[in-house]
Design a protein around this ligand. Structure first.
Ligand SMILES: *Cc1c(COP(=O)(O)O)cnc(C)c1O
Length: 379
């Protein structure tokens, strides 16, 4: 089955009770048993819910995995993976990681005795330099946020295999439309479904996809034992979003290219970060592992002054200033004071995140209108 067909059909089937073609919202906490233990596979909605089951199956199919696990938020999904670790274990991740993941790792799991190495993972030599027998998890996010560095997933998988570690990929920016990390050797694919997957900025949710049955069993145990599961209404919204994922992503990519090209030739723009440019330092890796380059773009203005960046952000009409990304509408952000404020200033500078950097999530509006908005805001 090809991608668009999967997005619409995989994992879902008409409701057996009524024939409803769209998965109903099973708004129930519990299920009737005819006799103790005699039930239809559903006992309690933290453990199983039919709306969630269909979403989990759809997610597994889109990523060429075998099992999906849905969570109340993306952070709950990451937390579930981190709970596989023991004191003394080591984790390698990227030094321009999503701020919330960095906070979870350093503020919650480091004090419990887990050691984290944050290195520029687009340089695999930096990963190898800290990898060893204690490495139990390699956590990749690609492209990274907000600098759009691209990490070689297949190369990271090779390092993970050598040290017997799991490779997890936060695929939130790419979605399975652009890249399927499991095909490149990842053990776990993670999503903030809040972003492109749900796609309409109307729900917060997360997910994991895995192939291995035993790993799935361990994660499913944690999902139920710790209880960070989503409600059926949110699962329904994500299921609906997934049906147009391919159409939305195609337009995000087209508009992304138009916006990146416009910014690149603008006399007041110093630098544009977008992996689709041939002179992007990781373009070759991006072209190999991604099917297109996405709609996330960052740029820095000439002079690199924070006040100039803020003036531009205040002038936008369509690029609404807001946290988050991946919705149908275009959004703008100032990572240093918004999404990445939880990363210390010194650490931010070390990873090359300038205080005047503007991040765009290019939506699916008309590209002409988006470019007009950028032109009037930058001046
Ligand atoms: C938003 C985001 C998360 C966290 O997901 P929530 O749904 O907000 O909990 C994790 N990783 C990336 C790359 C994100 O953009």
């Amino acid at each position: 089955m090809k991608f668009a067909t999967k997005a619409i059909h995989a994992g879902v089937h008409p409701d057996p009770a009524t024939g409803a073609i769209m998965t109903p919202i099973y708004q129930t906490s519990t299920y009737v048993q005819r006799s103790p233990g005699d039930h239809k596979g559903f006992e309690y909605s933290r453990t199983h819910n039919p709306t969630r089951s269909q979403l989990q199956d759809a997610l597994a199919a889109l990523d060429n995995g075998r099992h999906g696990l849905a969570f109340a938020t993306g952070m709950a999904a990451i937390d579930c993976v981190a709970k596989l670790l023991q004191p003394g274990d080591e984790v390698i991740s990227t030094n321009d990681l999503y701020g919330g993941s960095y906070r979870l790792f350093t503020k919650v799991y480091e004090p419990l005795g887990i050691k984290f190495h944050f290195v520029p993972m687009h340089d695999m030599a930096a990963v190898r330099a800290v990898a060893g027998p204690k490495t139990k998890l390699i956590w990749v996010e690609t492209p990274t946020n907000p600098l759009l560095n691209v990490i070689d997933i297949a190369a990271a998988a090779a390092v993970a295999r050598e040290c017997g570690a799991l490779l997890a990929v936060d695929n939130t920016f790419s979605t399975p439309y652009l890249q399927t990390p499991m095909d490149l050797g990842a053990d776990i694919v993670m999503y903030s479904l809040t972003k492109y997957m749900a796609g309409h900025s109307d729900t917060v949710m997360g997910a994991l996809v895995v192939k291995d049955d035993e790993l799935h069993e361990r994660l499913r145990f944690l999902q139920n034992a710790c209880g960070g599961t989503p409600g059926p209404q949110d699962c329904f919204l994500v299921l609906r979003g997934l049906k147009t994922l391919h159409l939305r992503m195609q337009r995000h990519c087209e508009n992304g290219r138009a916006v990146a090209e416009f910014l690149r030739q603008h006399p007041k723009v110093e630098k544009v970060y977008w992996p689709g440019f041939e002179n992007h330092p990781n373009h070759a890796v991006a072209a190999r592992q991604m099917r297109d380059f996405g709609g996330m773009i960052s740029f820095v203005l000439k002079g690199d002054r924070q006040e100039d960046a803020i003036a531009v952000l205040e002038k936008f009409h369509y690029f609404t200033l807001a946290e988050s990304l991946g919705g149908v509408e275009s959004l703008s952000g100032h990572p240093a004071s918004m999404t990445h404020a939880s990363i210390p200033a010194e650490q931010r500078r070390k990873s090359g995140l300038s205080d005047s950097l503007i991040r765009l999530s290019v939506g699916i509006e008309d590209a002409e209108d988006l470019i007009e908005d950028l032109a009037q805001a930058i001046g």
